[in-house]
Design a binder for this molecule. Structure first.
Ligand SMILES: [Zn+2]
Length: 280
């Protein structure tokens, strides 16, 4: 079999396996995990909920789930909670199932270093404690306590799963510049401009120690961090993001092809006062 043929066969086989998986009923005992731990889930429309359940099942089946840092095993609750939050990024657009992520590594709490001998480069990992980390062509590492807390309370404004999987989408073009492939040249050009202006504005605010800033201090480190932070804001603070940075909201809505503001309706917190933000 040629390389082309074997790829075709593998793709057909994988497609068939997915169809078989989705033909089975969704495990009913997973639903309470979605309802309790994934704050977005009850707010989605029924078709979105159905798609999220399908995406969740495929991500659980196709990733290798590893427990580290003293965690005995990755439970079904952990897998459902993590996979469903990652699936939020895939809800509107068909861009596969994070094909470059083979493993999801779960720690009980913040972690410093991975267990030696795993198949990712230790050089990529820092000594600073992390709640999450995304490695290009490698795993996503997550601290379960943070995942659970933020998953249950999306309106607190942060989501480590969304953040790390947004990095993985950004890695897809091999550049990690905060500019994932948007599929349209006009969108990509506009995104580069909007990102550059907002990123420079945020960097300046952090440098001059303005308080408060809308984006987090780590978002000032690089365009890639800014993109992941903006994605978190898009999913968890849509009203504020739209009010303060309408162009960013619009571009992220075009990329992810969802409108998170519709999920929160009138219950989203009113835009808070961020005097240092310059709407663009
Ligand atoms: Zn990051």
């Amino acid at each position: 079999m040629t390389l082309y043929n074997s790829r075709m066969f593998f793709s057909w086989w994988r497609q068939r396996r997915r169809q078989k998986l989705l033909a089975e009923p969704f495990p009913v005992w997973w639903v309470p995990h979605l309802e309790r731990n994934v704050g977005h889930y009850p707010r989605l429309t029924p078709p979105e909920q159905a798609r999220l359940r399908d995406l969740t099942r495929i991500l659980i089946a196709e990733k290798l789930w590893l427990a580290r840092g003293g965690l005995l095993r990755v439970t079904e609750e952990m897998m459902v909670t993590i996979a469903a939050q990652a699936a939020l990024l895939l809800l509107g657009a068909d861009r596969g199932y994070f094909p470059r992520v083979k493993q999801v590594v779960v720690f009980p709490t913040e972690f410093r270093t991975p267990v030696a001998g795993d198949d990712w480069e230790d050089d990529f990992l820092s000594d600073i404690p992390h709640a999450g980390q995304a490695v290009d062509r490698g795993p996503v590492l997550l601290a379960w306590d943070e995942v659970l807390q933020e998953g249950r309370d999306p309106q607190a404004g942060f989501n480590v799963v969304v953040h790390e999987f947004a990095h993985q989408l950004d890695f897809v073009d091999g550049l990690a510049l905060g500019t994932p492939p948007l599929g349209r040249r006009d969108l990509e050009t506009r995104w580069k401009y909007v990102l550059a202006v907002a990123f420079a504005d945020h960097r300046r605010a952090i440098r001059e120690q303005h308080e408060p800033t809308f984006f987090t201090p780590p978002a000032a480190e690089s365009e890639a961090e800014f993109f992941a932070d903006a994605t978190e804001a898009f999913y968890c603070r849509p009203r504020d993001l739209k009010a303060l940075y309408p162009a960013i909201y619009e571009l992220l809505a075009a990329y992810y092809r969802v409108d998170p503001l519709a999920w929160w309706g009138d219950t989203a917190a009113d835009a808070v006062d961020h005097p240092n933000c310059i709407p663009i």
